[in-house]
Design a protein around this ligand. Structure first.
Ligand SMILES: [Zn+2]
Ligand SMILES: [Zn+2]
Length: 272
């Protein structure tokens, strides 16, 4: 059983719906031993909601986290993380930001390409789905080459959630040239990928990324895999973890990873 949820948003994220303490209580109730909070920090993006729409107030977030960690120390291990939106124009910001706080874990995610989030249909306008997916994976590859200040790449095929036919026409082969280079770059740089169980919640039948990507990452020698529900409210904590566990086992993983003080700690997937 997977007992660590390492991708969680509370009301410290603009789109988070549950207070940190409510999330913690629910996590304990669900039998988790580890929770790592990863609020949004998307710097330098001109969101419709405003340029700082997805930037957490890190100072207050950290203070609150420390209080909670102490209060619940006998019940659960809490870790301090962040989900950084990666775009090539913010290397300076990221370099300073990650040094400013004692993060346990940093997820690097591509939420926008050329300033547009694939969440918005504008991303797919004037492009075939294949072109749009290719563009997204190329952007991830560019970020994987530029940035080192992160531990795992978050939901590596996030774009599949929002494409006109989602994953229906996705095959690894179609994008294999870029995806292979992405996986190899991450592995060479000692970075992992995330197994984001929200794919099941979105009815995709697999975690993000697709099991073909997970399998290939493993084949190429990738070992660092963290698991997160990407819950934005308490009820979604550890969502579909049993399915994520099954998928990882099928893809050849025997361990999953939890980051503490930016160092990977390996936990056995006990099914094996
Ligand atoms: Zn994300
Ligand atoms: Zn997230």
């Amino acid at each position: 059983m997977i007992t660590a949820d390492c991708h969680l948003h509370t009301t410290f994220s603009t789109d988070g719906e549950s207070a940190p303490e409510d999330m913690i209580k629910k996590g304990i109730e669900k039998g988790l031993t580890v929770m790592c909070f990863t609020e949004h920090m998307d710097y330098g993006v001109d969101y419709e909601e405003g340029p700082d729409a997805f930037q957490t107030d890190t100072e207050t977030y950290y203070t609150t986290f420390c209080n909670m960690k102490e209060k619940y120390s006998g019940n659960i291990n809490l870790f301090f993380g962040i989900e950084l939106g990666l775009t090539p124009s913010i290397t300076e910001f990221i370099r300073h930001y990650v040094k400013k706080y004692p993060f346990d874990f940093i997820i690097g995610s591509s939420h926008t390409v050329g300033g547009i989030d694939p969440y918005y249909s504008a991303f797919f306008e004037g492009r075939t789905e294949e072109e749009a997916y290719r563009l997204y994976f190329e952007a991830e590859l560019a970020c994987a080459k530029i940035f080192t200040d992160f531990d795992v790449y978050g939901h590596p095929d996030y774009v599949l959630r929002y494409g006109p036919s989602q994953n229906k026409n996705f095959t690894y082969q179609k994008y294999g040239d870029i995806l292979d280079e992405l996986m190899k770059t991450l592995i060479q740089n000692g970075k992992g990928i995330e197994c984001n169980s929200s794919g099941f919640k979105f009815g995709m039948g697999h975690p993000l990324p697709h099991t073909d990507i997970l399998k290939r990452y493993r084949e190429l020698g990738g070992e660092i895999i963290t698991i997160g529900s990407d819950a934005h409210k308490a009820e979604h904590i550890a969502h579909s973890f049993h399915l994520a566990e099954e998928a990882l086992t099928r893809c050849g993983f025997r361990y999953y990873t939890v980051f503490e003080n930016r160092k990977p700690v390996f936990y056995p997937i006990q099914n094996n």
